[in-house]
Every structure is written in structure tokens, then in C-alpha cells.
Design a protein around this ligand. Structure first.
Ligand SMILES: Nc1ncnc2c1ncn2[C@@H]1O[C@H](COP(=O)(O)OP(=O)(O)OP(=O)(O)O)[C@@H](O)[C@H]1O
Ligand SMILES: [Mg+2]
Length: 358
């Protein structure tokens, strides 16, 4: 399977900049998740790769061949659109067969491939139905079958799970990953859901305002957001404004005491200390040694299945969020509001990033 390379790709609509400048390589057989907030340019990027939107600047190559000016029919890519776009007047089987007919496959070949594709997404019993007779999830699977049936070199998925309920989404996520791996497809998977991106992707690409903000293996991006935007978007619960001391060993928040740091990249000027709730321990007993420690009172406790999240009003005047294991997975019993607690975390926990302007 070919590798896909985007070089300084941009898209403008009059005054609107949909994609500012995207440079990105999707390796052979790799699944890259494009993640980012609404309007950051994910769909536009995907449509440029698919050939549905002409580029304003830059170029796209597939297996070393420049496809920037080729129509979609000459790119051999499977595409699942954000709104799945099935033909309403065609049956499921006809929808799936469409791409094969365009490519002038014979009748027997087409029938065999359609059956195989519908089998893959477990919709063989629905071949003669019309899209309006299917649930949203089933329509989404037809769209996936239609993309796979042409045996594409590259698979482009635009929020393919957006209309599924939680359990079907979980199932389809695993199915897409298995199909993609067994067929070895080079894949771009667009989503605005970080769990979906983290659990399916080899590499996660966080987009912001039409650019790549940060890219890397999911675990690395999760652990080390590189900007205030990334930290916020990736759900880091505690973001403290302040600055780093010149020697990099302490963080001075605007309110509250100095916090010890270890192993942080040096950030000059206004900075943000980003600390995940999971990194903050909470105890009513003795605090471990060599940690940052703040006393306070529990404000709210919320239950999340395997974890409990506490909002703690510290004596220093800042509220911190701590997320600890729930009783069912070996954690302590849930503490009531107003309980006096100590919060603590290691100096190497968290990450300091530059503060955004304004
Ligand atoms: N045909 C168009 N004409 C004008 N502006 C457009 C057009 N298509 C997209 N845009 C603008 O370009 C920006 C990026 O849109 P895009 O659809 O790529 O975002 P997205 O990241 O896919 O968002 P979402 O998560 O909501 O699907 C938006 O500000 C959008 O309004
Ligand atoms: Mg979109």
C-alpha cells in the first residue's frame, strides 16, 4: 500500500481559510487519526486527499505520484463521508455496487464482491433494503462497505462512527481497525473524539486552525501536550497560569505556593502548568515524601464508573481536580463533601507549556 504525503496543502474559499498549511505523511498501512475541534479543517483536508476539493496551494502524492490534479475516480481511494451520502433510490446492494460499475466490472464479479463487502460489515441480510429502511448505524456500515468494495489503496473516513450509540461505536471501532489492519490499508480517520482517535490510531494528528498542532503516537501526545490548546483539547483537567523559574525547578502560579518541577522543557514568559486529574493523589492520611502537597476541602465528587473525580478547594485558593480509582477497582470508599484532604503529586508529573496570547 502506498504512502500519502501532503506538502504545504492549503484551501481558501474567498476570505475564508479552511486549511492554512498542512504537511503530513501517512505511512504505508498506517492509520492516522486527524483530531481537532469543529471547523479546524479536518473534512476539507480529507476531501482534498480524496480529490473532491481542489487545492489552493501545495501538493499531495500517493506512492510518490503527484495526484493533486487528478479527479477522485483516478485516485483509487475509498471514502466514507461525514453524512454517509448513500443514494436513496438504490438498494444497499446497488449502493455498494456503484463504484464497481463505474470501474466497468462484469456482472458476476460485481455480485461476488458486493456479497463479500456486505459480509465484512455484517449486512448480508440487508442487501435488498433501501437506505431509509436502515438505522443510522446500518447506513454507516453500508457506506463503509461501499468504500471497501473497490479494494482501495487508501481509505478515507470522515467521522464514520458519529451516528452510532456507545456500544455499537465501540464494536465498529474495533471492526474498522481489524479490517484496516488485515487489508493493510493506508487510512486517514477523521474524528473530533479523542478516545476514538487514541484507541484506533497508530498516530494521532491534532489539528488547530488549519494546521498540524501536534502529531505523534497517541500515548505520547496524551502524556505530553505541547501547547495550551493541546492540553485543553486533550482534556487536561488542571491548567494553572504562572511562570517557570529560570532554573526550571519550580513553577510560580499566579495564586498559590511554588510548585516543584522535574525534567521540564524550559518555557520563558507566561506559562501554563497542565496537570491531569489522574496524576493528583488524594488522601486523608499521611502524604508520601518528596511530592508537591496542598491541603483543602472536597467540593464536589462525581462518579465515573472506574474512577471518582473530586473538585478540591485548596487552602491556597485554587480549585484542583483529582481523579482516583473507584472502590470497585480497589480504590478507597467515596469521600463526602467537605472532607479535609491532602492533594499530592510528583515533581515530574504534569507538563509546562507556553501560555496562548490573549
Ligand atoms: N465550501 C465552503 N465554502 C466556504 N467555507 C467553507 C466551505 N467548506 C468549509 N468551509 C469552512 O472551512 C472551515 C473548515 O471546515 P471543515 O469542514 O474542514 O471543518 P471540520 O474540521 O471538518 O469541522 P467539523 O468537526 O465540524 O466537521 C470552516 O470554517 C468552514 O466553515
Ligand atoms: Mg468535518
Amino acid at each position: 500500500m502506498p504512502e500519502v504525503v501532503l506538502t504545504d496543502v492549503a484551501k481558501r474559499y474567498g476570505q475564508t481559510v479552511a486549511v492554512e498549511s498542512m504537511s503530513l505523511t501517512i505511512g504505508s498501512g498506517e492509520l492516522v487519526a486527524l483530531l481537532g475541534p469543529s471547523g479546524c479543517g479536518k473534512t476539507t483536508t480529507l476531501r482534498m486527499v480524496g480529490g473532491f476539493v481542489p487545492l489552493s496551494a501545495g501538493r499531495i502524492t500517493v506512492g510518490g505520484r503527484d495526484v493533486s490534479a487528478l479527479p477522485p475516480s483516478r485516485r483509487n481511494m475509498g471514502f466514507v463521508f461525514q453524512n454517509y451520502a448513500l443514494f436513496p433510490h438504490m438498494t444497499v446492494a446497488q449502493n455498494v455496487a456503484f463504484g464497481l460499475q463505474m470501474r466497468r466490472f462484469g456482472r458476476d464479479d460485481t455480485a461476488r464482491k458486493v456479497t463479500q463487502a456486505l459480509n465484512r460489515v455484517r449486512l448480508d441480510a440487508y442487501a435488498e433494503r433501501y437506505p431509509r429502511q436502515l438505522s443510522g448505524g446500518q447506513q454507516q456500515r453500508v457506506a463503509l462497505a461501499r468504500a471497501l468494495v473497490i479494494e482501495p489503496d487508501v481509505l478515507l473516513l470522515d467521522e464514520p462512527l458519529s451516528n452510532l450509540d456507545a456500544s455499537l461505536r465501540q464494536e465498529m471501532k474495533i471492526e474498522i481497525r481489524q479490517l484496516q489492519q488485515s487489508l493493510g490499508l493506508t487510512t486517514i480517520f477523521v474524528t473530533h473524539d479523542q478516545d476514538e482517535a487514541m484507541s484506533t490510531a497508530d498516530r494521532m494528528v491534532l489539528m488547530y486552525r488549519g494546521r498540524v498542532e501536534q502529531a505523534g503516537p497517541p500515548a505520547e501526545v496524551y502524556a505530553r501536550p505541547r501547547s495550551q490548546f493541546a492540553a485543553r483539547f486533550l482534556g487536561v483537567a488542571n491548567l494553572l497560569a504562572g511562570s517557570m523559574t529560570l532554573d526550571g525547578t519550580e513553577f510560580m502560579p499566579k495564586t498559590g505556593p511554588m510548585l516543584r518541577l522535574r525534567g521540564q522543557r524550559q518555557i520563558r514568559g507566561d506559562a501554563i502548568f497542565a496537570l491531569r486529574g489522574e496524576e493528583i493523589g488524594l488522601t486523608t492520611g499521611t502524604v508520601p515524601e518528596n511530592v508537591n502537597c496542598l491541603g483543602g476541602r472536597i467540593g464536589i465528587a462525581t462518579f465515573h464508573g472506574s474512577t471518582v473525580e473530586y473538585h478540591v478547594m485548596t487552602d491556597a485558593g485554587i480549585t484542583l481536580i483529582s481523579r482516583v480509582p473507584a472502590p470497585a477497582v480497589g480504590g478507597a470508599p467515596v469521600l463526602p463533601c467537605d472532607t479535609r484532604v491532602s492533594l499530592h503529586w510528583k515533581p515530574e508529573s504534569g507538563v509546562v507549556v507556553a501560555a496562548e496570547n490573549g
